[in-house]
Design a protein around this ligand. Sequence first.
Ligand code: 5GP
Ligand code: MG
Ligand code: MG
Length: 185
Amino acid sequence: MKGVQDEVPEYVRGEIASVLISAEKIRERIEALGREIAEDCKGKDPLLLGILTGSFVFLSDLCREIECKHEIAFLRAKSYVGTESTGKVKLEGLESIDISGRHVIIVEDIVDTGNTLEKLLPILFEKKPASVEICTLLLKETERRTKDLSVKYTAFTIPDQFVVGYGLDYDQSMRHLPFIGIFKP
Ligand code: 5GP
Ligand code: MG
Ligand code: MG
């Protein structure tokens, strides 16, 4: 059901082609995902490791649906300029997070080429976590992802289009939109 939250506001109508996933659908899916993670993580006190900036909206909603003890930390990764991946990933903030012995769940906004996670995973494993799982809001169906990544938790699989909203940006704007929309360049 589409509500007021899924109307594309007038001031971004020139940049959004259509709503791909409504705010209501996102909410329902995150409730279910939170229950699933809570079931799997009882007694493990997992560390949800959000990748900034894109995951901040997803993680803030998701953590409130995970009814078991857990901790939250963020690190920053940057690879996109505009709608293009630069192929180079910059990571910041991992130095100050205690990973050793922890059950880590990486929380991503979107897995596209997989470059970010491919770069992050070996660096995380060097810090001797007890386990590492991947949780992503969106998994893009794309041939640009060449290596197999095992993603345990996916909220939605989407076609190979550039999307914005619910944390995802176009050059830092549109992160606040409550739905996920297809970007109109
Ligand atoms: P990957 O390293 O898997 O190619 O993607 C890393 C990052 O690129 C994502 O976390 C996200 O920040 C950005 N990205 C990839 N696809 C999209 C997209 O469709 N829309 C937006 N806004 N960002 C994307
Ligand atoms: Mg990201
Ligand atoms: Mg971005």
